[in-house]
Write a protein that binds this ligand. Structure first.
Ligand code: UDP
Ligand code: UDP
Length: 453
C-alpha cells in the first residue's frame, strides 16, 4: 500500500471502530492502491481493541492521518455498555471537524469512502464540501436492504419486513431485538444512517453478485428504495493469503491434520458466550467425534480477556482427552490463513459478515450460529445461497437459552458429513473467484468505481 503525489485520485478512507470494520477497510485500501489510487486512512487513537491497534501499526505510517475527536461524554449514554458503539457515536459527533482536517491534506482529497456507522453525520458534510462520498457497507445486501428501508417502516417494528415487493422477506425473528427499542443508541444510529444513504455517491459492498443476485438487481433498478445510489458489489476483497514467517502453534497443529477433516470454530471478534454455553459447546465438539479447531473467547473486547486456563473453562482433563483430534486456543488467529488451510473442511461461525464472506471466498461450507446484530439476516443468506446450514432454533446471545452438547454434537456430525453442501459451497467459491477476474461482475464494479473516485 502506498500514497503517491503523482496519482490523480486521492481517496480518504474513514473507518469507525471494530475489527469487523477495520479489516475490510484495510483490504479495500490495499485493493485501491493496487489500482493506482492514492489513499489515506483516518485513524482515531487509542483504538478500542488491541487487534485494531496491531493492524494499524502494520501499515505504513505515511498513510495514516490522526483524527482528534471533539470532546465526548459517554455518560450521556448510561445504557450503552459497548465501547465500540460509543466510539462510533464519538466519531459521528466529530463530523464538523472534517473540512478543516481535509484542507491540510496535500495533494487534495478527491473523494471520501466512509464507514456506514458514521454515514448520517459525514454525508451532509461531504455534500456541503462538494466532495463525492461513497459509503462502505460491511454486511450483506440483505442487511443493506433492511438498513435502507428501516427508517420508513412503522416503529416500533412488529412484523416481517418485505423488500422490493417480495424479492426478500426479512422475518421479524431475524431483526435484532434492540431494533424494537427506539431509545437504543445503535437503533437510532441505524435509522439515521439508513435515511442518509440517498446522499451517497454510491454504496460499496464487499460481496459478489452470485450470493444475492435478485436483491442486487432490485437495488440497482431502484426497486428497494427509489433514488438509491448505485450499489457497487466488488468483492470478495482480496485476503492476504500469506503464510506467517513462523507459523503459530495452532497453524502447525492444523498442518498435521488430514486433508479436509477439521471443523474450524470461531465466533468473530466481538461475541462471547456464557460460561455455561462454552461448556456445552466444548462437550458437544468432543462428543461429535470430529476433528476441531476452536478459538475460544470469553470477553467481547480483547483487552478485557482474562487469563483463564482452558481447563478452568472446559473442565479438568479436557485438553488431554481431545488432544488427538481437537485444539482449543485463546488467541487471535490469522483467520484468512485458516479458512484456506487444506485441513479445514467446514466453519462453525457466528455469521459475521466478514467471516462469512471470507469463507465464501474460500469455498468453505458453514454451520451458522448467529449470536446477534445482523447475523441472523446473514445466516438466512448463507442458507439460501447453499453455502451452509442454519439450525434456526439455536439461541442468540441475548436469549438465556442454552444449546445442549448433544444437539451440537449431532449437528456438527451431520454438517461435517454433508458432501453435497461442500460441493455447493465450493461452487460459490469458484463464482467468487470468477467475479474478481478480468471481466467478472466484481471487476466491472471496480472499473465503475475507479471512474467515479
Ligand atoms: N450497520 C448499519 N447501520 C448502522 C450501524 C451498523 O447498517 O448505523 C450495519 C453494519 O453493516 C454492521 C451491521 O449493521 O456491520 C451489524 O452491526 P453489529 O452490531 O453486528 O456490529 P458490527 O458487527 O459491525 O461490529
Ligand atoms: N478474525 C481473525 N481472527 C480471529 C477472529 C476474527 O482474523 O481470531 C477476523 C475475521 O477474519 C474477520 C473479522 O476478524 O475479518 C471479524 O469480522 P466479522 O464481521 O466476521 O465479525 P465481528 O467480529 O465483527 O462480529
Amino acid at each position: 500500500m502506498s500514497s503517491g503525489d503523482t496519482k490523480l485520485s486521492q481517496v480518504l478512507l474513514i473507518p469507525s471502530s471494530g475489527m469487523g470494520h477495520l479489516n475490510p477497510f484495510v483490504r479495500l485500501a490495499n485493493a485501491l492502491s493496487d489500482r493506482g489510487i492514492a489513499i489515506y486512512l483516518l485513524t482515531v487513537r487509542p483504538t478500542i481493541t488491541a487487534a485494531e491497534s496491531s493492524l494499524l501499526s502494520s501499515l505504513p505510517s505515511s498513510l495514516l492521518i490522526d483524527f482528534p475527536l471533539a470532546p465526548f461524554d459517554p455518560s450521556l449514554f448510561p445504557e450503552v455498555s459497548d465501547p465500540v458503539t460509543l466510539r462510533w457515536e464519538a466519531i459521528r459527533r466529530s463530523a464538523h471537524l472534517l473540512p478543516s482536517l481535509i484542507s491540510t491534506i496535500t495533494p487534495p482529497v478527491s473523494s471520501l469512502i466512509i464507514d456506514i456507522t458514521i454515514a448520517s453525520t459525514f454525508l451532509p458534510v461531504a455534500v456541503a464540501e462538494n466532495i463525492p462520498c461513497f459509503v462502505f457497507f460491511f454486511s450483506f445486501p440483505s442487511m443493506l436492504a433492511l438498513c435502507s428501508v428501516f427508517p420508513f417502516v412503522p416503529h416500533p417494528i412488529s412484523t416481517d419486513v418485505q423488500i422490493a415487493g417480495g424479492v426478500l422477506n426479512i422475518p421479524y425473528s431475524s431483526i435484532p431485538p434492540h431494533f424494537r427499542n427506539l431509545n437504543n443508541l445503535f437503533t437510532t444510529q441505524f435509522i439515521e444512517n439508513g435515511r442518509a444513504l440517498t446522499l451517497a455517491t454510491g454504496v460499496i459492498i464487499n460481496t459478489f453478485l452470485a450470493l444475492e443476485p435478485e436483491l442486487l438487481a432490485a437495488f440497482n433498478a431502484g426497486e428497494v428504495v427509489p433514488g438509491f445510489p448505485p450499489v457497487i458489489a466488488l468483492g470478495p476483497l482480496p485476503l492476504e493469503k500469506k503464510q506467517p514467517s513462523s507459523p503459530s502453534p495452532a497453524l502447525r497443529w492444523l498442518d498435521e491434520q488430514p486433508e479436509k477433516s477439521v471443523i474450524y470454530v470461531n465466533f468473530g471478534s466481538r461475541s462471547a458466550m456464557t460460561m455455561e454455553q462454552i461448556r456445552e459447546l466444548g462437550a458437544g465438539l468432543e462428543m461429535s467425534g470430529c476433528r476441531f479447531f476452536w478459538v475460544l473467547k470469553t470477553a467481547k473486547v480483547d483487552r478485557e480477556e482474562k487469563e483463564v486456563e482452558i481447563e478452568e473453562l472446559l473442565g479438568k482433563g479436557y485438553v488431554k482427552r481431545v488432544e488427538e483430534r481437537g485444539l482449543v486456543v485463546r488467541e487471535w488467529v490469522e483467520q484468512d490463513v485458516v479458512l484456506f488451510h487444506r485441513a479445514v473442511a467446514g466453519f462453525l461461525t457466528h455469521s459475521g459478515s466478514n467471516s462469512v464472506l471470507e469463507a465464501a471466498a474460500a469455498g468453505l461450507k458453514m454451520l451458522a450460529w448467529p449470536r446477534g446484530g445482523d447475523q441472523r439476516v446473514i445466516a438466512a443468506s448463507v442458507l439460501r445461497s447453499g453455502l451452509g446450514i442454519w439450525p434456526e432454533n439455536w439461541a442468540w446471545e441475548a436469549e438465556k437459552r442454552v444449546v445442549a452438547a448433544e444437539e451440537i454434537a449431532v449437528k456438527v456430525r451431520e454438517f461435517m458429513a454433508d458432501e453435497k453442501l461442500a460441493e455447493t459451497a465450493a461452487k460459490l467459491g469458484a463464482a467468487a473467484t470468477a467475479a474478481v477476474q478480468e471481466g467478472g461482475t466484481s471487476d466491472q464494479s471496480w472499473r465503475y468505481l475507479i471512474t467515479k473516485l
